[in-house]
Design a protein around this ligand. Sequence first.
Ligand code: 5GP
Ligand code: MN
Length: 352
Amino acid sequence: MKFTESLSDVIEPKKVDQIMQAIEEAEQIVITTHLSPDGDALGSSLALFHFLKDLEKNVRIIVPNSFPYFLKWMKGAGEISIAEYNPEAARHIMMHADLIFSLDYNISKRIGLMAPMLEDSPARKILIDHHLFPGNGFHIVVSHPEISSTSELIFRLLFQAGRYEKLTRAEAECIYCGMMTDTGGFTYNSSDPEIFEIISLLLRKKVDKDDIYSKVFHNYSAERFRLLGFTLSQRMDIYPDLHAALIWLSKEDQAPFRFSKGDTEGFVNYPLSIKGIIFSTFIREDEGLIKLSFRSQRSFPCNEFAADFFNGGGHLNASGGEFYGSMETALELYATGLKQYEEILKRSMDED
Ligand code: 5GP
Ligand code: MN
């Protein structure tokens, strides 16, 4: 097939062989992914899960905490264990695994309460991820920050291992969902032509891409839209000279809108549609912590801002962080950060 010949070997062929061999040798396999799993975290995990199940492996997916309702349609989502609900059971499974996959995160801190379980487990550990700076403690590391999703890496792994013909529709759907969500429906980080060659290969597996788009992006509650309206009209500050915008929501703000996990997904992207804005921040008060999301355009490194001020990180144009303290202090820290980044913001706006 013409298309298949043009995909490059992004993953070192030697590593593909090593991973396939590790799978062959393993009996009990656990797949883990990051806190507040998103479409890519779940898409990559579930695609690998189905692949391993087809090989008749004993495989489980364990995630640190729950995930949004608009991702529950993916085949196998109902079988995922949530560590927060039963930490003892999660630890037991991790300790008895002989192979653990770490998907879509670079360091154990990103799996919260599961970090010590991963570190303590005697299993072989394989990291497959697209964030910068992979951590230590993994036996095989497949780290590709230049690739826009971990789901794409899972596709490439299976493809390079010669498993494309056997790829099922369910696997293809999970991979497509991860690729789609981590690129905002292919609106950013998605100019690599090979992405579209992969999409073509997925469509050949009867993936209904329009249906997946609908299931993920047209599945919100009415309250979510009312909350979005409130946020944009009452909780948005624009700093035109700095090309920055901030939105924020306290717990109190969220209460009247019957907040459900995932309701604020995508909020941080809206201010980027404003002319002249290249840096958008969303600060949300959660249970016991303040969660931050950052998005940027052009060369502005929102991951460095996240790392400098909010103990976070991520990609150049999409990052996150967390803060333990009051909303008021978080807002002050953001203001301090903005001042410090003034020159870089102005330069990033002018440069490109
Ligand atoms: P989101 O804003 O969608 O929650 O996260 C965007 C990206 O930022 C994620 O893909 C992840 O790479 C990164 N990210 C989010 N939260 C954190 C965090 O608390 N710490 C780090 N290091 N990265 C984060
Ligand atoms: Mn990802």
